[in-house]
Design a protein. Sequence first.
Length: 357
Amino acid sequence: MQPTTLCLPMDCSYCYLPFRKAKNLMAVGVAEAVARSVNTWAAEDPRFEVVWHGGEPLATGRAHLASLMAPFRGVKHSVQTNAALIDDAWCAFLLEHDVHVGVSIDGPVDMNHRRLTRAGRPGFSVIMRGIDRLRRHGIPFSAIAVVSEPDSASAARFYAFFADLGVTALGVNVEEQEGVNAGPAAVDTVRATRFWAALTEAWHANPVVRLREISRVLDFAGTVLETRAPFPTPASAPWDALPTVTYDGGVIMLSPEFAGYTDSRFGDFTTGNVLEDGLDVLVAEAEQRTPWIAEFREGVAACHATCSYFAFCGGAHPANRYFEHGGRMDGTRTRYCTTARIALLEGVAQHARENGQ
């Protein structure tokens, strides 16, 4: 859920969000409408999570964010934050509402050169100040890091930073071409593979952090080795809508990165609005109500027919296809595929081979 489009005080140069300087706030009525469906789902699944993201959620303010959370029952709330606004009062709020915290930081200070403040200054120190407050209050937190230039020579130092920081889990996003971010120059696949192999080596030597990407590979490998079961084709794969609710109640399926964008063929990419139809209805009828999903399915089917890595990858995300293939959803391989899926799988496999595993 996107409580606000505003991001403060950061203005990261790789950000894909188009309205991050505008303070559009989610109305309480939107949260109430979402909660009517979510509370039913959460009663059936105690692991249900509502993630506040898509801007800087703490820029919403404590009172208003509390009012947005209030209609929900039986869910785990999470915020993905740049941590720069975290002070003692925010720590008390996070503890009171039992909120899981994810912090966005890209590693040691020299690896954060694209994570800048609105004034164009390095944001590392203000982010670390917020992290220090979390640690002082005993609030555990995970992290997401953006890597613009995967380099095997820096992988060990990158991992050691997060291990020393004490994060509970780490997600590593290789910079993508999405939204207003044109993306980095094409990353050499061999270079990316070596980065993932070196990162796996660093993790294997000190596995104190759950590394999201390595866990995905190990889970995949475990399934292959233990079950030998065929992997689902696009037609039989389970539907995972991953609905994102924008500040004004619009619902975007599969790719939160479409929030704030419009297209001559697909409109605003939304399936509908929770102020008009229930979220349960929008999820159930998503494929009929969302024109671009059919084109995306065609692209996934093409990947399945042509790519030997499909069983692991499952097809690129819609936003990657759209922004890398000139507004088309039915293209196949993307930069995201090569650096964050294929190179990842090959890198972990390379480490396993070199260590006799």
